[in-house]
Write a protein that binds this ligand. Structure first.
Ligand code: 5MM
Length: 339
């Protein structure tokens, strides 16, 4: 079959599968390794990611694609096999994070603008040669008093749209990730309002830049109360409000929505995704593109020790399986206890 943007996008949201976000930049992976008291070196980062990519059952059955960081897409496993080949051998698609990070936005205290457009066309051409068939760009939107401003939402949406157009020109499917953070004390309705505005502006800019929506994947936050909010919403309310917000703003031509976990507990991230798929009645596939909610358990089980690799792989398989079931609406909390 000829590979097209549309066929890659469809494969990224194949039934019961989702994406492993393993694209932590050097600063973020260091933070993760600090939590298990492991030094972050090229070798430890390789060992950890090799452990995940060699978890064959998880990769083959539940993971459609892996988002990599620049270092990882060039890295080889201990036996010399490129890590990209391990991913491909397991039937998953290699992807690459191409943004250069969210930087303070001049003139807009507390707000961020994601950079990385300069030279992006050349970088995409190289990443394609290295095996990437999709890419990711993350915009970060914070909620607090007086923010986000419309200027911040517009600037980030414009950058996302320009990135997406460049990706498609390079035959790479763009994942557009506008992340409304759940760090504040805001309630779920404020998150709804900000997510709605963010997505409305984003799809306006994607349209203006003639981005092919059938060849684009959306990676959003769920509509959820901030972590510091005294009133947390139920699983059903999160699911219902997220679906309602997306029905208003996300065109049906988008093949799939793959959520970020954003700091939710592993089980909450699974339960919310499952509840949405159990409700159903929307035109897109709804799956996962979790970083922390897939990796927290295997990271801890591994703790940097070679003898813990089987335990780390077992933990990764479990979370991948649970989220694969949630992508079908077939997950039950009893499955967590049984494990
Ligand atoms: C894995 O973390 C990704 C990149 O982080 P930095 O660029 O900040 O190092 C991040 O974009 C991730 O892909 C998404 O936020 C989803 O991860 P979570 O942990 O929110 O599911």
């Amino acid at each position: 079959m000829t590979e097209t943007l549309e066929s890659i996008a469809q494969a990224m949201v194949a039934p019961g599968k989702g994406i492993l976000a393993a694209d932590e930049s050097s600063g973020t992976i260091k933070k993760r390794f600090d939590s298990i008291k492991v030094e972050s070196t090229e070798d430890t980062r390789r060992d950890y990611r090799e452990m995940l990519f060699r978890t064959d059952e998880a990769m083959r059955n539940h993971i459609s694609g892996v988002i990599l960081y620049d270092e990882t897409i060039r890295q080889k496993a201990k036996d010399g096999t490129p890590l990209v080949d391990l991913i491909k051998k397991a039937g998953a698609i290699p992807g690459i994070k191409v943004d250069a990070g969210a930087k303070d936005m001049p003139g807009f205290p507390g707000e961020k603008i994601t950079e990385g457009l300069d030279g992006l066309d050349a970088r995409l051409a190289e990443y394609y040669q290295l095996g990437a068939r999709f890419a990711k760009w993350r915009a970060v939107i914070d909620i607090a008093d007086g923010i986000p401003t419309r200027t911040c939402l517009e600037a980030n949406a414009e950058a996302l749209a320009r990135y997406a157009a460049l990706c498609q020109q390079a035959k790479i499917v763009p994942i557009v990730e506008p992340e409304v953070l759940m760090d504040g004390a805001h309630d779920i309705d404020r998150c709804f309002e900000v997510t709605e505005e963010t997505l409305r502006i984003l799809f306006d800019r994607l349209g203006a830049h003639r981005v092919n929506l059938e060849g684009t994947i959306l990676k959003p936050n769920m509509v959820i109360a901030g972590k510091k909010c005294g009133k947390q919403a139920s699983v059903e309310e999160v699911a219902e409000k997220t679906i309602a917000c997306f029905k208003r703003t996300v065109p049906a031509a988008i093949p799939g929505i793959v959520f970020l976990s954003g700091g939710q507990s592993d089980e909450d991230a699974t339960a919310h995704l499952n509840a949405m798929n159990a409700i159903g009645g929307f035109p897109w596939k709804m799956s996962f593109s979790y970083g922390r909610a897939l990796q927290a358990a295997p990271l801890k089980a591994w703790s940097g020790k070679p003898e813990n690799v089987p335990a780390g792989q077992k933990a990764f398989l479990h979370r991948a399986k649970m989220n694969g079931l949630a992508a079908l609406g077939d997950w039950k909390s009893a499955l967590e206890k049984a494990a």
